[in-house]
Ligand binder design. Sequence first.
Ligand SMILES: [Zn+2]
Length: 146
Amino acid sequence: MIQTGDSLHSITLFLANNIFYLLLAVMALNMFQRRYQQHAQKKRMATLYLGILILVFMVGTILIVNFNLPEVLIFPLAAAVILLGYVKREHVLPFRLNCRQCGQRLSSKRLLFFDANTCDSCAGSTKGADSAKGAGSETDDPMQDE
Ligand SMILES: [Zn+2]
């Protein structure tokens, strides 16, 4: 029955079955970001938006599989999701790999949990109080947890 789209079929099936775990990973990251609320508002919203985009894509693939829709639909679906992410990239991807001020590579903690996109030393030199909070309290601050 399926002549051309055998591999496309398995790709669609794979995505429909597994993209949920990607969504789970993003939402887990979102949960971790709760601990850094003050520093990570934007990035926390970003993982939420990412989660929504992934959810849209996931629902699309599931619909394609369950309703036996043509699997080439996965391409416009992916394109739409990517385009939406691109248009909203300032909200969806505020992450930067390098420090905004000195260009040094950011630690994953700084990358994921601090909106400022500055490294530890730059954050320390600009905003003393803020970075003291950032450097000292993120591992054990029960006030921010719940
Ligand atoms: Zn720096």
